[in-house]
Design a protein around this ligand. Structure first.
Ligand SMILES: Nc1ncnc2c1ncn2[C@@H]1O[C@H](COP(=O)(O)OP(=O)(O)OP(=O)(O)O)[C@@H](O)[C@H]1O
Ligand SMILES: [Mg+2]
Length: 503
């Protein structure tokens, strides 16, 4: 007859084996149902990995992974953390290659409760119960990626047609053509002097096109050394280049896929590359340097140049076939001097933008300042106008501006040149003449400039009745700058000490 204690021993013995069986069958169940199983030792080194899982991380034979640190096999592995803390990570999502995986990681303990390793299961299809969790996660992740892309787009298309200011007939015609260009997918060629708004218009055309939610990628041909242009356009396979290019590089054609490729300063394109560009445009295919990969590239081309492209074609410096390929929708941006009606609206729009950005008050332009602007040639076009206004805002925060203040900013003389200078300086004639006549023994450059500046400031001071703020305003520099220069010239003895009338 069994004693109570015998029965107890027996039951406990059964418990042990049931528990062991439970563990074994749990392991086998997970092993069967999981996409992958991995076991690591106390040092985080792979002890065992199943074939499917090893293959997923690029090991054709699981034995090749054995003995390696777990992170060398699975880049984002947290198995070491489980070994180190002795705590399981029951449900986690791991990003690994194509799709995220649900993973479970458990510590392995010895009889004394010490962690001697860890086992990880990557659960997949069979565990349907987890699918809602996974699809929820995947959707959230995709939404995040889409939002990031949209944000990037917004950053990329900086300008729209609304940013293109001007109501002159010439500008209205440019805008009409550009709007039409936005609606078609043909190449656009933007021609015009420097600073006429070609880049702005390229952004607006992209933003107004069906490709607006795809990238706008710019290649400034003039800014990239010739040797690097090809890689810039077409990309390079890993190892195709030494040094920085070892990792390979994605070309702008591939980056712009589905969107717009803006080829700025196309007139500067080296001839050799012109034929490669032409081929890429014709075939709609590119091949990264050093690879056998052919990439389909669907891009809309907008090219721009301030060069006289037909003249370059004539001179044999630009391929005629490429020119015709790009010149499908040509848009010529007229110089600012030919569209007087745009001057004021542009000036006010730019002033407003500068003042908003710099938190300053707009200077008030007098009639004579405005007519001086009208007479100016603006060789730098709207960019020159913008730069002039930037300087004006810095110098005359909220103040009234007349022609004499504006003149120096336009490279014109504001006050009559000094009539008398110190003995060692060149003769007054030498300074006022357009071509200076140097004395036989000319002073050093720095001395000559200092003498000239001292004379110039004295003259301005005299003309303003020794009123420093007025003199500063008259020659278009800040009061502080005028005082600073005055002090320096007085200390050097180039200008007489302050008179009592000076304010
Ligand atoms: N119509 C316009 N309305 C508002 N701003 C303009 C206009 N045209 C040009 N600008 C401004 O003038 C500056 C020069 O324009 P942009 O860079 O587009 O000229 P570009 O023709 O590309 O010159 P470049 O040939 O020198 O590259 C920019 O600050 C731009 O915002
Ligand atoms: Mg430009």
């Amino acid at each position: 007859m069994e004693t109570l204690s015998d029965a107890g021993d027996n039951v406990l013995g059964n418990y042990d084996s049931v528990a062991r069986r439970a563990m074994e069958s749990l392991f086998r169940t997970f092993e069967n149902f999981s996409e992958g199983t991995i076991v690591v030792d106390v040092n985080g080194r792979v002890v065992w990995i199943n074939k499917r899982y090893a293959a997923r991380f690029g090991f054709a034979d699981p034995q090749e992974a054995v003995g390696l640190d777990c992170e060398r096999v699975i880049p984002n592995s947290l198995m070491r953390e489980v070994v180190d803390t002795g705590k399981p990570i029951l449900l986690d999502i791991m990003e690994a290659g194509r799709e995220p995986m649900i993973v479970m990681r458990l510590p392995i303990k010895d009889d004394d409760g010490n962690t001697v390793g860890a086992v990880g299961f990557a659960l997949f299809d069979e565990l349907k119960a987890l699918t809602p969790l996974l699809s929820h996660y995947t959707r959230a992740r995709d939404e995040l990626a889409a939002t990031r892309r949209t944000l990037e787009q917004t950053r990329r298309a900086k300008y729209t047609f609304a940013s293109f200011v001007g109501n002159s007939p010439a500008t209205l015609e440019v805008k009409r053509l550009a709007r039409r260009a936005a609606q078609v997918d043909a190449p656009v060629l933007l021609l015009g002097e420097t600073g006429t708004g070609k880049e702005l218009l390229a952004h607006a055309i992209h933003a107004g096109s069906l490709r607006a939610d795809r990238p706008l990628v710019t290649v400034n041909v003039a800014a990239i050394p010739e040797a690097l242009l090809e890689v810039e356009f077409f990309g390079a396979a890993p190892g195709a280049y030494t040094g920085a290019e070892r990792k390979g590089r994605v070309g702008k054609f591939e980056l712009a896929d589905g969107g717009t490729l803006f080829l700025d300063e196309i007139g500067d394109m080296p001839l050799a590359l012109q034929s490669k560009l032409l081929r890429a445009l014709q075939d709609k295919e590119i091949e990264p340097i050093g690879s056998n990969r052919i990439i389909r590239s669907d891009v809309r081309i907008i090219a721009a140049t301030s060069a006289d492209l037909p003249a370059l074609v004539e001179a044999g410096k630009f391929r005629a076939d490429l020119y015709y390929r790009l010149n499908v929708v040509p848009i010529c941006l007229p110089p600012l001097r030919q569209r007087q009606a745009d001057l004021l609206p542009l000036a006010y729009a730019i002033l407003e933008e500068i003042c908003r950005r710099t938190e300053r008050d707009a200077p008030v332009l007098s009639d004579c300042a405005l007519s001086l602007m009208g007479e100016h040639d603006w060789p730098g076009n709207v960019r020159e106008l913008r730069n002039t206004l930037e300087r004006l805002v810095m110098l005359h925060d909220g103040g009234a501006v007349d022609a004499s203040m504006l003149a120096p900013l336009l490279g014109r003389r504001a006050v009559t040149a000094p009539a008398a200078v110190a003995a060692s300086a060149p003769s007054p004639d030498a300074m006022t003449a357009t071509e200076p006549v140097l004395p036989a023994d000319p002073p050093a450059y720095a001395d000559a400039m200092a003498q000239y500046e001292a004379a110039y400031l004295s003259q301005a001071l005299a003309a303003s009745g020794s009123n420093v703020p007025r003199a500063a305003r008259a020659i278009g520099i800040s009061r502080a700058a005028f005082y600073k220069k005055l002090v320096a010239h007085r200390a050097a003895g180039r200008i007489a000490p302050a008179g009592t009338a000076e304010s």
